[in-house]
Design a binder for this molecule. Structure first.
Ligand code: GCU
Length: 422
């Protein structure tokens, strides 16, 4: 049950969007998108080899330098501290909690990873990996989940007035994760808290993972989005070393800002087998040039710590960006990609998310893959697409049981249904 205070928080997080922004389709400016299949030198990409050997690298460089910033490639020492392995969720799952400790240049940071695996699994399991907003303890009401000891966002309405996690928020995000449903379908769930990686406020840098590598940021350097994406790859490294997860069948999922981070992680790191963007909006799946709902200026102003310094030069100048969101999505090709919108989530520009998935599908076609081939945005609750999936569901900015059903079906189609013991 949500208390009134928690309901209030949920409402703050899901409102359609502030006033003073464009929510009128007739006011979307005329725009021309950069062509994903035309190289910087004007040559056309006609084969998967040309895409992989030339254009993909060009786009990755542009997104790195102009949008998300450069991520250092230096190695970091990682210690894996297993906290516990225990039966959980009424015997349906095994819960594993682990702390990844990173050390470099005399700096130490940790990321707590929470995992649930179905007890009926036979061998390594396919899994969903994603970051959570408010701490691992908010993903399920399971009382054994460790509270984060890093910065948490104050929530005065819920009595959280300092920056420390408390029991009050246990299970607060459970509906966004649907752990029991995912486990019943034979998949594992792996999650970590965004605040362990980069505390999500403009001064979060000092406590983030970035000081493992540097203390000052140049305009082309990574920031919170880059750090969150980096951490997803480090969690993948851990899973690859272990025996629980079939890392060839790992779906990366992210909601909203964490959907932007999931897309950026999936674009850079080709080991992620499926990438899912749930209502990621501006700086994620939505076309920036439409200037519908949240704008580049707004995201850079409200969240100056998310993108790289160079991205700010496109405030009110979306048309001059060398890239747009369809090219970020194309960087996932030919791996399966799912983009989801919500009808009342105008702030994230559902139509801009649809169009970007549809246009990115041209790159999938190059690989003989079938993306979103419908001419118009589908009606609500009508999923479309094969290798690029898309749906717009009824309701607000959120991750719901309906969204998860589509993601699980999509994973079954691409990874094969998980084998479960009878
Ligand atoms: C804000 C922000 C969005 C972001 C969202 C979220 O609304 O403007 O860009 O996606 O928060 O992460 O919930």
């Amino acid at each position: 049950m949500l208390t009134a205070a928690l309901l209030q928080i949920a409402m703050e997080q899901t409102s359609a969007g502030p006033d003073g922004f464009n929510y009128d389709e007739s006011k979307v400016p005329a725009y021309t998108l950069p062509d994903a299949l035309t190289c910087v030198d004007g040559s056309k990409v006609a084969t998967p080899t040309q895409w992989q050997s030339k254009r993909r690298a060009e786009l990755l460089k542009l997104f790195t330098e102009q949008v998300y910033g450069r991520t250092p490639s230096a190695a970091v020492t990682v210690k894996e501290e297993l906290v516990e392995t225990a039966p959980a969720l009424n015997g349906l799952a095994t819960r594993k909690q682990l702390r990844l400790v990173f050390e470099r240049n005399g700096v130490t940071r940790h990321i707590d990873v929470l995992m649930y695996f179905p007890v009926k699994a036979t061998g390594r399991v396919p899994a969903f990996l994603g970051l959570n907003f408010h701490g691992n303890h908010t993903v399920s009401a399971d009382p054994a989940i460790r509270l984060p000891d890093t910065w948490v966002e104050p929530k005065p309405a819920a009595g959280l007035t300092n920056n420390r996690a408390t029991d009050k928020m246990r299970g607060f995000e459970a509906s966004l994760w649907q752990v029991e449903k995912v486990i019943a379908r034979g998949y594992g769930v792996v999650t970590a808290y965004r605040g362990d990686i980069f505390p999500d406020h403009p001064d979060g840098l000092a406590e983030s993972v970035i000081p493992l590598f540097q203390n000052e940021l140049a305009p082309g350097d990574w920031n919170a989005m880059g750090a969150w994406a980096w951490a997803l790859s480090r969690i993948y490294d851990h899973l690859e070393r272990g025996r629980d997860v079939d890392t060839h069948r790992l779906a990366l999922i992210g909601h909203s800002r964490l959907g932007k981070a999931a897309l950026w992680a999936g674009a850079q790191d080709e080991r992620f087998g499926i990438v899912i963007s749930n209502n990621s909006g501006e700086g994620g799946a939505a076309l920036a040039r439409r200037c519908f709902g949240e704008t580049t200026k707004r995201v850079n102003t409200s969240f100056p710590h998310w993108f790289c310094g160079n991205f700010k030069q496109y405030n009110d100048k979306e048309a001059s960006m060398p890239v747009d969101a369809h090219e970020l999505l194309a960087l996932i090709a030919p791996r399966p990609l799912y983009v989801a919108s919500a009808a009342e989530d105008l702030w994230a520009d559902p139509k801009g998310e649809f169009l970007s998935a549809k246009i990115a599908s041209e790159v999938y076609a190059l690989f003989g893959k079938k993306g979103v081939e419908v001419a118009e945005q589908p009606s609500v609750n009508t999923p479309v697409g094969v290798d690029v999936g898309y749906h717009i569901r009824t309701g607000i900015h959120d991750v719901t049981a309906y969204d998860w059903e589509q993601y699980l079906d999509f994973a079954d189609r691409h990874f094969g249904k998980p084998n479960l013991k009878k």
